[in-house]
Design a protein around this ligand. Structure first.
Ligand code: ATP
Ligand code: MG
Length: 617
């Protein structure tokens, strides 16, 4: 039977779950039955448990709250530990954050442990402002928080919050006790700080202290430790994964602070800044050997804007955001090995738009409202938006400081400033990608040329024989290859492509030429496409661009669409190659002069008519 039914008095019985905090249950029953004269604004026993679900997306964001505090209170060295204990199947994980900041005096520490307790409440120029980060972030990972803080060597003040203990407390109003004083840290804390952890490899760890005596020294004159033992709500179940994930994310989230000299360690391994905009001179991309070899290690700042945004819609009070648009060096980088692009540079991650609040990243993603529709060409641009806490409301920064949800008016102001330049960068990327797709065919036949040749065996009429003057043939083919050589192709590559080819496609840019032309030379059908004609601009080029992402970025969105576009492009090319074949076939034999004249007229007049029609839109 439900205990609410057995124990309820009258109709006002709380219908609590059997797992609900026992102390809280006792308090609420007492208040209901005794018609208590005072009821606290917060029922601590339950509220602290509810706050465990305040909504950190993952362990990294929760740990960031503690790193934020450390940075804000003057730390130069911050160490994050994911400590794994126990055997397989019964693994226990502790999280600990140590900093060498100014520490807290006992009274400050006590206030700091209360929800809403802050030394910087509603200040907008630092990272902290809500007075909850330390408590809610810690409890989102585990049911118990211990804080040790000192402002003299070996004089630690300790406070704790234990969700279960508080839940069992039967007092109506809960108070925080005085911090306790101790000369040494408890052994389960010291154990983490002394020597190497189980991950990463000992050689990769720059440990804080070698022994407990050494530790006392290393902890220095001031600092703070946040300790969350026995975590039950971490994103991953192993310290290795937690450590690697945190290292990767924090390298980016704290890049500006790291560049300014902050030393951040995760499991004793120093975190190097990673800059998704590839503009910082200290960040990791500057040291990727393949980039150094190419001589291009950085992106280009295309433009920077300062946009004044009202702190609330319609307000006269504004605060600035700095918006910077970067173009990645697509020309040189797109030919980098996939491994470098993916693993070292993370070019294909959704890193288009990064929001930095007071120098700490709060969001990064393919923010289409600013960077435009997702497409292979948007991968090669980056936007960084820097703002301070005055714009928290306008940009939608919540208590957990993870993610932004900009209000429409704020977003419109930013977008209007940058959209033209963004479009320009994307256009350029598109152009480079298309050129690259062309040059990928260096020394190779196109798919359409190959298929057209294959089909020749089944054509009813053969192509006309051409005299095989074998001695001069090679020389002639070499001369032809030189004439048909493409941009980026060596003479040898062009020769290799053309030597045995039946069908060859060439491009020419001439305002007065027909949209296509045909020659039949040395037994080869040569089709020339005029890139100055609207046929190319309005049909051929857009289709090849749609098809391009297939080679450029298979893994991403639009893969199926790109494949289909690729097939359509081949079909269009074969329409033209079959036309070229037909003309070649018919312009030989007895009527050749007459046919040639006719085809010439057809090409010219069809081109004019097509040009007129395509321009009428
Ligand atoms: N590592 C630390 N070193 C020194 N003081 C700290 C540290 N961590 C927390 N504090 C003190 O504790 C207070 C409460 O921290 P908490 O993170 O809960 O709130 P906050 O930082 O003020 O605001 P927010 O909720 O936005 O983080 C801080 O205002 C600060 O005075
Ligand atoms: Mg804080």
């Amino acid at each position: 039977m439900n205990d609410n039914a057995t124990e309820s008095r009258g109709s006002i019985a709380p219908a609590w779950s059997p797992n609900a905090p026992k102390g809280g249950r006792a308090v609420i029953r007492r208040m209901l039955s005794e018609s208590a004269s005072t009821v606290p604004l917060f029922l601590g026993q339950t509220f602290i448990q509810s706050l465990r679900d305040v909504g950190y997306n993952n362990t990294v964001w929760a740990v960031c709250e503690h790193v934020d505090n450390a940075v804000q209170w003057g730390a130069q060295d911050v160490r994050v530990y994911f400590h794994q204990r126990g055997r397989r199947g019964d693994i226990k994980l502790d999280v600990l954050i140590l900093d060498d900041g100014q520490g807290m005096a006992p009274d400050v520490l006590r206030v700091a442990m209360s929800f809403g307790g802050s030394m910087v409440y509603d200040q907008r120029d630092g990272i902290g402002r809500f007075g909850v980060g330390m408590k809610t972030a810690a409890l989102s990972m585990g049911p118990r928080l211990e804080v040790y803080s000192w402002q003299e060597p070996g004089a630690f003040y300790a406070m704790e919050l234990d969700v279960d203990e508080i839940g069992n407390n039967q007092r109506n109003v809960l108070d925080l006790p005085e911090p306790s004083f101790r000369e040494r840290l408890p052994s389960e804390v010291a154990e983490i700080l002394v020597g190497a952890l189980e991950y990463p490899k000992p050689d990769d760890q720059d440990v804080l202290a070698e022994s407990r005596d050494d530790l006392a020294d290393k902890l220095g004159a001031h600092g703070t430790i946040v300790f969350v033992p026995n975590c039950d709500r971490l994103t991953y179940k192993q310290s290795k994964t937690l450590c690697d994930h945190a290292t990767r994310e924090m390298a980016r989230i704290y890049r500006a602070k790291l560049a300014e000299g902050l030393k951040l360690y995760v499991n004793n391994r120093l975190v190097e800044p990673f800059d998704p905009t590839y503009s910082m001179s200290q960040a990791r991309h500057n040291f990727v050997p393949e980039l150094i070899e190419k001589g291009v290690t950085r992106s280009t700042l295309k433009q920077a804007w300062t946009v004044e945004i009202p702190v609330e819609e319609g307000s006269n009070v504004t605060a600035p955001v700095s918006v910077r648009l970067y173009a990645l060096p697509i020309e040189t980088w797109q030919s980098l090995p996939r491994k470098v692009l993916n693993n070292d540079l993370r070019v294909y991650d959704d890193h288009q738009v990064s929001f930095m609040r007071n120098g700490r990243e709060v969001d990064i993603r393919a923010f289409t409202e600013l960077s435009g529709k997702r497409h292979a060409n948007s991968i090669w641009l980056r936007i960084q938006v820097d703002f301070d806490g005055r714009l928290d409301e306008a940009l939608g920064v919540a208590m957990t400081k993870q993610g932004v949800r900009p209000k429409k008016y704020a977003l419109d102001l930013i977008r209007d400033k940058i959209k033209e330049q963004v479009a320009r960068v994307r256009e350029n990327n598109q152009k480079v990608m298309a050129e690259n797709a062309l040059s990928k065919s260096k020394g190779k036949q196109s798919e359409a040329e190959r298929r057209a040749e294959e089909a020749d065996a089944f054509q009813r009429k053969p192509l006309p024989e051409t005299p095989a003057e074998s001695a001069e043939l090679e020389q002639n083919v070499r001369a032809l290859a030189l004439r048909l050589r493409r941009g980026g192709e060596t003479a040898e590559e062009a020769y290799a492509r053309i030597k045995d080819a039946r069908y060859v496609t060439d491009f020419k840019h001439d305002d007065y030429w027909p949209f296509y032309a045909v020659e039949y030379e040395l037994g080869k059908v040569i089709l020339t496409i005029n890139t100055a004609h609207p046929f190319y601009m309005k049909l051929y080029k857009p289709l090849s661009e749609l098809a391009a992402p297939e080679t450029e970025d298979e893994a991403r969105e639009g893969e199926a669409g790109a494949t289909r576009a690729g097939e359509l492009l081949v079909a269009l090319q074969m329409v033209l190659l079959s036309l070229a074949r037909t003309q070649s076939q018919m312009a030989y034999g007895s009527d050749r002069e007459e046919h040639r004249a006719l085809f010439h007229a057809l090409q010219t007049e069809w081109s004019d008519n097509l040009k007129t029609q395509l321009r009428l839109d």
